[in-house]
Design a protein around this ligand. Structure first.
Ligand SMILES: [Zn+2]
Ligand SMILES: [Zn+2]
Length: 353
């Protein structure tokens, strides 16, 4: 098998070859055909998140070791299964839920691997999807995507699941409520598509880049706001008053600061973005307005299955993806880091590798 591996933090990925594993017990070996490229892969390659004030949250301090194969949006066909696997046939195509917990704690037993304190996700703590083959611990992490183009299905396991799970945290969401989506890259446009799929229309897409706002409108945003040109008052003007919710896919001091001037009483601010920094927001107004500020990242297999079902029902118009060759993985991370990518890149892993 061949993979693109990170051998040292903050260095380019290198082509590596290893012996293809043989699945045992409940394991399933996939021959991968596609893997999405996510901004988190850029953070993995860099080896840290920026916490602001010169502080860093490093992957090494969090216990991650190298080498690893990044890539956490894999789609593949079953190549072989362990002797304890039933109902999974060789050649069937699956999307992988990469958020795999310890398997032993209360959260894992409830199916909430994403909340496991010892989660070891595909592409972070275990071998990832920038690879021709991937061994998965148990078939419960495989999601049937029949009828969905595999390149478009790949980002569902990270950007799709992250946005679906964040949107669930806005529940109950009234049809008249206004939701601002901050940051209209891969996650933001996916969030807009999912909100529309769930029947919600009052969406304001916010970004600094007019090209991204155009793609957000194509994904279903009713209104757009370039926050480089307009202040937060523009949002309340569009909505005719304070907004119910913001989904922040940037995660910076500037975006957190939008919560207080724009949200109504009982408003919800859900942060998914990991750009970094330290926020300085007036605490009394959080209490007085009962504003909820909540983090959200990825989700569980139930949510991924529910999201995939919405796609199968034709209720979610999946954003277009840019397909690139497997050899362009590292270049794609450079392009993402430099902000040169609109939407989502998915690498195609063909049988010649
Ligand atoms: Zn991701
Ligand atoms: Zn666990």
């Amino acid at each position: 098998m061949k993979s693109y591996d990170l051998l040292n933090w903050a260095t380019p990925l290198r082509v590596c070859t290893r012996e293809t594993p043989t699945p045992k017990g409940t394991e399933v070996l996939l021959k991968l055909t596609h893997c999405g490229v996510c901004h988190t892969d850029v953070h993995v390659r860099e080896g840290h998140y920026d916490l602001g004030d010169g502080k860093k949250l490093t992957f090494a301090d969090r216990g991650y070791t190298l080498p690893i194969t990044p890539g956490h949006e894999p789609v593949g066909e079953v190549a072989a299964v362990g002797d304890a696997v039933r109902d999974i046939g060789v050649g069937q195509r699956y999307l992988v839920n990469p958020w795999i917990g310890c398997g032993n704690c209360v959260r894992c037993e409830a199916g909430d691997d994403n909340l496991c304190m010892h989660m070891s996700a595909v592409g972070f703590g275990r071998w990832g999807g920038f690879s021709t083959h991937l061994l998965i611990r148990h078939p419960k992490y495989l999601v049937n995507i029949d009828g969905i183009p595999p390149d478009k299905a790949a980002p569902l396991s990270c950007s799709g699941l992250t946005t679906y799970s964040a949107i669930k945290k806005l529940s109950p969401l009234d049809p008249d409520d206004w939701v601002a989506v901050i940051g209209c890259g891969g996650l933001g446009t996916m969030a807009i598509a999912v909100l529309r799929g769930l029947g919600h229309k009052n969406i304001i897409a916010c970004d600094l880049d007019d090209r991204k706002l155009e793609s957000a409108r194509a994904s279903g945003a009713l209104e757009t706001c370039n926050l480089g040109q307009k202040g937060p008052e523009e949002l309340t003007l569009i909505a005719g008053g304070p907004l119910y919710a913001m989904l922040d896919f940037v995660g910076s001091p500037a975006t957190l600061a939008l919560a207080i001037p724009t949200l109504r009483k009982g408003g919800r601010f859900v942060v998914c973005g990991l750009l970094g920094g330290t926020a300085n927001i007036p605490i009394p107004l959080i209490a007085v307005r009962e504003i909820a500020i909540q983090g959200s990242i990825v989700g569980n297999t139930r949510d991924l299955v529910a999201l995939v079902d919405l796609v199968k029902q034709g209720r979610i118009k999946l954003p277009e993806v840019e397909r690139r060759s497997f050899a362009m993985v590292d270049q794609s991370l450079d392009d993402l880091a430099a902000g040169r990518i609109v939407g989502r890149v998915v690498v195609e892993i063909d049988g010649r590798e």
